[in-house]
Design a protein around this ligand. Structure first.
Ligand SMILES: NC(=O)c1ccc[n+]([C@@H]2O[C@H](COP(=O)([O-])OP(=O)(O)OC[C@H]3O[C@@H](n4cnc5c(N)ncnc54)[C@H](OP(=O)(O)O)[C@@H]3O)[C@@H](O)[C@H]2O)c1
Length: 251
């Protein structure tokens, strides 16, 4: 198949492009750095010519409320319009488990807007809602503290390796559109404060994690249902400890 990966130069995009090429697909990695901008529309029509599947793994450069909403709404509209014009047969998008439960957060309001545009469009689609990537734990720690301490909710999470996210997206792209949502999670639940503690310890980061049930996660308080999947998600097999030992050079 001919497949366009929007955001093909990002964390997931790079792995996804490699995975799809290994499976024999013809793949275009589309992003501003290769002249395709979903926000302005630049290069979209050319990139989508003759394409069967579009996989959107782009992310907003800014997480500020207004900017991120503008990013997912405008790029979503531009992308779906260009796909309709090119008669694309399957739109696959990467979203986040719990998006509809996290709307106190500007980022998740923007992801919800992205999902709603997809559902309202006439393009056959599959939305893959993933849990947090192991690679994102560092940014989670960075988002909620200062030089010495990090305040973290003890809410349950079930994070996943980005390699497993890319593999699952490649499987979904090869299947028929479900016109629905599938969830993807890692192999084991863990409490968020403990996850960050293990990450900081493995990277010999001296910051202390303070457990706080009211600590906000990108603007919203969490409970055990906020970020965890419903029954029967797709499971990425890589365990956090295995990922840590092969990915992290202690600082
Ligand atoms: N982080 C998590 O734990 C998590 C969990 C579940 C789902 N997700 C979702 O996963 C997706 C991918 O995340 P990621 O961490 O792989 O992202 P990332 O590494 O930040 O990469 C973002 C990509 O988006 C591209 N991009 C930026 N502006 C664009 C534009 N105007 N038009 C087209 N492409 C544009 C970038 O291209 P350039 O390199 O050219 O700038 C880059 O390829 C996001 O939608 C996110 O919501 C994330």
């Amino acid at each position: 198949m001919k497949i366009v990966v929007v955001g093909g130069s990002g964390l997931i995009g790079t792995k996804l492009v490699r995975n799809l090429r290994q499976r024999g697909h013809e793949v275009v990695a589309a992003s501003p750095s290769s002249g395709v901008n979903a926000l302005t529309g630049e290069g979209l029509a050319e990139a989508l010519a003759g394409v069967q599947v579009v996989i959107d793994v782009a992310n907003s450069p800014s997480f500020e409320d207004k900017a991120v909403l503008e990013f997912f709404e405008t790029s979503g509209r531009n992308l779906l319009a260009a796909e309709a014009a090119a008669a694309v047969a399957h739109h696959v998008a990467l979203s986040v488990v719990g998006t509809d439960r996290l709307l106190a957060s500007g980022y998740f309001r923007a992801k919800m807007a992205q999902e709603n545009l997809i559902k309202a469009s006439r393009i056959p689609y599959t939305i893959v809602r993933s849990t947090q990537f192991f690679e994102f734990v560092s940014a989670i720690a960075q988002s909620a503290g200062d030089a010495k301490t990090v305040r973290m909710s003890p809410a349950l999470v079930q994070p996943v390796a980005s390699d497993d996210v890319a593999a699952a997206l490649a499987d979904v792209a090869a299947a028929e559109p479900s016109n629905g949502t599938v969830e993807l999670a890692g192999p084991a639940p863990i409490r968020l404060d403990e996850l960050v503690r293990r990450f900081l310890s493995a990277t010999r980061d001296s910051r202390t994690v303070i457990t706080d049930v009211h600590a906000r996660y990108f603007g919203t308080e969490l409970n055990d249902r906020s970020l965890t999947p419903a029954d029967g998600p797709l499971i990425g097999p890589t365990r956090f400890e295995a990922w840590l030992s092969r990915s992290i050079t202690p600082g």
